[in-house]
Structure formats: structure tokens, C-alpha cells
Design a protein around this ligand. Structure first.
Ligand code: NAD
Length: 419
């Protein structure tokens, strides 16, 4: 067993060297979203015996009793939000490092976090079906029925609906299990996250991967049968471990000397952006690439002034045509953010703001202040180089650089006549 931070860099290395990996998740990936698992001491088994509630036999005998167990869980599952572990796995898929997720969970949190290839081997709460007439109802229609009746009756025939989750004594969905088996036999790396590996046949996936010559890594708080055969075992919080792995896998931050090509790159790109957005009142080259002599990440920042900080679906689509990803406000109210990567590296950022609004002037203030104060620009460049050399990924870079910018900005704002 290894513990962080060596474990983080080892796991990052395994994922980098064996991409794309396949991920197997269980209830432990969702406990940080507030959903109890089965086998932890505070888990569901401590209060209920699922064999008494989550079986087809029990459902046939006493569907009301089974729904007394499921109704509060449905409410909890629909209200829960994806946690850092789900978000990290979705990001790894986006970067091409994860091929697919096989999950034993029924909570849909992987999909809600943005993972697109998710194989649900135990079904999901997405739908419930009528054992009588075969009608299928989406969650949004079932929730009000649960609220009104406890055990939801079929609106068509009155029989009590069954959630489309796999009960203990039911067969697993054939397509899903075949896909899971095929994936298990294929990857160079199977990453197990938050599963006790006690529910078969999925619990056998690590055996298939190892038999086919692949490696297994386990991120799980408690021991599993596969630990002794795994390349790496991390017995810590899935959210913390996976978020740290994502940061460790980010490309290093590159701070380079001022390049006279940057203004030309700005001119060419801003012309395309103006055409895509259509209603641009004014545009400006902002950020460090706009200050001759200043070292910077080679990302061209374009400030675009619109009548209001709003973009239509048509404008977003036109920007996507240009290769931009739209990230909304992305943590900065009043600013709409587009990002474009070239050859896998961040290359252009477009900040769409209200023309002559506060955001518009803040960007200009900092740029113009640095243009007018070469000694401040030189000190800022030195700080950027220091932080760039010391941090692994972009998120850490921002975090570390921010205090310096927060201290610098009021001077710029005063000089600009606004502070
Ligand atoms: P499990 O309850 O048997 O095991 C969960 C494992 O996750 C435990 O070994 C625990 O140590 C570990 N764990 C818990 N929180 C963790 C965290 N934050 N970080 C790292 N590890 C953590 O779960 P299982 O293997 O998935 O099997 C149980 C069955 O229960 C599955 O069939 C699943 O369908 C069902 N289930 C699903 C949900 C859900 O959809 N969220 C919740 C409970 C149970």
C-alpha cells in the first residue's frame, strides 16, 4: 500500500503510461456526494439488510415494503450532486486518458459530471417499469408518484412500478455485462475506485485484466481481494486522490519570454472572433501577451465588448466552429469565457464582457498600468516565472499567482483613475 503524495504521482504515471484506462466504480465513488455505500460501517447495511429489501422475491411479495426502502433513497439520489471524484473521471475522459467507466452505481452521477461512456451494470434510477403492462416512466414522472403514494402506481394500469435497478436475485443486463467483460480483458490499466469488489461478476474484472496482461490500480478506503495483485493501492478518499491526480496530469505551466509574434496572432484571431460573434462593439488584446517585454504563458487573451454580457446559442455555435469551447462565466460573474486549444495546449482565451463595463476596464487597467510601468512588469514577470517553475498544473498556477495579482491590481486601478 502507498500513501499520497507518492501515490498521486505513481497513479498519474500509471494513467499516463497506460492510456486510455478503463475505470470500475462502486458505491464508494459517491459517498462524498452524501450517498451511503453498502459495506462501510456507516453504510446502508448497517441499517437495512438489502437482501430483505432489494430482491425480486421481496418486491413480488411486498412491493410497498421495498418502496419504503427505495423511496427515501430515490429522493437522496436525485438531490445528490457529483463530487470531485466524478468530476475528475469526466475530465480524464475528456483528455483521452479514460476510455469508459463501468459502474455498479445506479445514481447517474458519472453522467451528470460529464462522463459520456458509462456502462451501468446494475441499472439506474433513470426509469421505472410496470411489471403489469410494461410501460416505462422516466424519473421525473416517478418522483411525484412516490411523493403522492409512497409505492408509485402505474398511471396506465395501477400496478406498482419497479425501479429499473438490478435487484440482488436478478440477472444483470446482458449488453452491459458483455461490454464490461470485453473492456476488462482489454485495457493496459483497470482503475478500481470505491468498490469493495464483493459483488460478482463485476468484482472479477481485475482478474480478467491481469490475466490479459494488464495492470490494476485500486483507490478504495478498505481492503479488497485485488490489493495483493494490484500495481498500486491507495486507501484514501476517492475525491481527493482523483482531483490531485488530474492536477498532476495537467501539462506543466509554460511561462516564456515575450514573443513579437503575439500581436500578429492576436490580430488574425480577433478578426475571426469578430466574425463569429457578429455584434462586437470593440475588441482589445489584454493580458500579459499584450505587454511587450513581459514573460507570459503563450495564451492570447482577447477582450470582446458586447452591448450586454450575453451570447446566443448561434454565437456559441459559431465560436465552436472556430474551435472554441464555451465555459460560461467560469467563476467570474459578468464575463463569458471561451477557450481554444491548439495541438492540445491552451492557445486563445476570449473574454466576452459588457463594453465599457467594469470587467472591460479592469482588464485594460492592468494591461495599461504594466505598459506604463516597466519595473512593475519586470517584477510581475519574475513572479510568473517563479510560480510557473514551482507548480505542476494550471489550477495550481492560478491559485499561487493570484495573491500577487490581488496586491498589484489596486495600484493599477488607482492609476487608471478608478480606484
Ligand atoms: P460497497 O459498499 O460494497 O463498497 C464500497 C467501498 O468503497 C468500500 O470498500 C469503502 O471502503 C469504499 N469507500 C467508501 N467511500 C469511499 C471514498 N470516499 N473514497 C474511497 N473509497 C471509499 O460498494 P460496491 O462495491 O459498489 O458494491 C455495492 C453494491 O451497492 C453495488 O452493487 C451498487 O450497485 C450498490 N450501491 C450503489 C450506490 C449508488 O448508486 N451510489 C450506493 C450504495 C450501494
Amino acid at each position: 500500500m502507498t500513501t499520497a503524495p507518492e501515490a498521486i504521482s505513481r497513479l498519474a504515471e500509471l494513467i499516463r503510461e497506460n492510456q486510455p484506462c478503463v475505470v470500475l466504480t462502486g458505491a464508494g465513488v459517491s459517498t462524498e456526494s452524501g450517498i451511503p455505500d453498502f459495506r462501510s460501517p456507516s453504510g446502508i447495511w448497517a441499517q437495512f439488510d438489502p437482501r430483505e429489501y432489494a430482491t425480486l422475491g421481496a418486491f413480488r411479495r411486498e412491493p410497498e415494503k421495498v418502496w419504503r426502502f427505495y423511496a427515501p433513497r430515490f429522493a437522496m439520489l436525485t438531490e445528490a450532486e457529483p463530487n470531485a471524484a466524478h468530476v475528475a473521471l469526466a475530465e480524464l475522459e475528456r483528455r483521452g486518458l479514460v476510455r469508459a467507466i463501468v459502474t455498479q452505481n445506479i445514481d447517474e452521477l458519472h453522467q451528470r459530471a460529464g462522463s459520456s461512456d458509462v456502462i451501468e451494470v446494475h441499472g439506474s434510477i433513470r426509469t421505472s417499469s410496470c411489471p403489469g403492462c410494461g410501460s416505462v416512466y422516466p424519473l421525473a414522472e416517478v418522483v411525484p408518484l412516490i411523493e403522492a403514494h409512497g409505492a408509485p402506481p402505474c398511471p396506465a394500469c395501477g400496478e406498482i412500478l419497479k425501479p429499473d435497478v438490478v435487484f440482488f436475485d436478478e440477472l444483470l443486463p446482458e449488453d452491459a455485462i458483455m461490454r464490461a467483460v470485453a473492456l476488462a480483458e482489454n485495457p493496459a490499466l483497470l482503475l478500481v475506485v470505491g468498490s469493495s469488489l464483493e459483488v460478482y461478476p463485476v468484482a472479477d474484472m481485475p482478474r480478467s485484466t491481469i490475466a490479459a496482461g494488464g495492470k490494476v490500480a485500486v483507490v478504495n478506503r478498505d481492503p479488497t481481494w485485488a490489493d495483493g495483485r494490484a500495481e498500486l493501492v491507495v486507501r484514501e478518499s476517492a475525491g481527493e486522490v482523483l482531483a490531485a491526480v488530474v492536477a498532476a496530469l495537467e501539462p506543466p505551466v509554460e511561462v516564456v519570454d515575450y514573443d513579437p509574434e503575439w500581436p500578429r496572432r492576436y490580430e488574425a484571431e480577433v478578426a475571426r472572433v469578430r466574425t463569429a460573434l457578429g455584434e462586437v462593439i470593440a475588441a482589445e488584446h489584454i493580458g500579459s501577451t499584450a505587454v511587450p517585454g513581459l514573460a507570459a504563458k503563450p495564451v492570447i487573451d482577447i477582450s470582446v465588448g458586447l452591448a450586454r454580457a450575453e451570447v446566443s446559442p448561434g454565437q456559441v455555435a459559431a465560436m465552436e466552429e472556430l474551435g472554441y469551447e464555451y465555459l460560461g462565466e467560469n467563476g467570474l460573474p459578468g464575463r463569458l469565457f471561451f477557450r481554444k486549444d491548439v495541438n492540445g495546449r491552451r492557445a486563445y482565451h476570449v473574454h466576452a464582457v459588457e463594453h465599457e463595463g467594469d470587467r472591460w476596464h479592469r482588464h485594460r487597467a492592468l494591461r495599461d498600468y504594466l505598459l506604463a510601468h516597466p519595473e512593475e512588469a519586470a517584477a510581475y514577470a519574475a513572479e510568473k516565472r517563479r510560480v510557473g517553475a514551482e507548480t505542476a498544473g494550471m489550477s495550481n498556477y492560478w491559485e499561487q499567482k493570484q495573491p500577487y495579482v490581488d496586491a498589484l491590481f489596486p495600484r493599477a486601478w488607482r492609476w487608471y483613475g478608478r480606484g
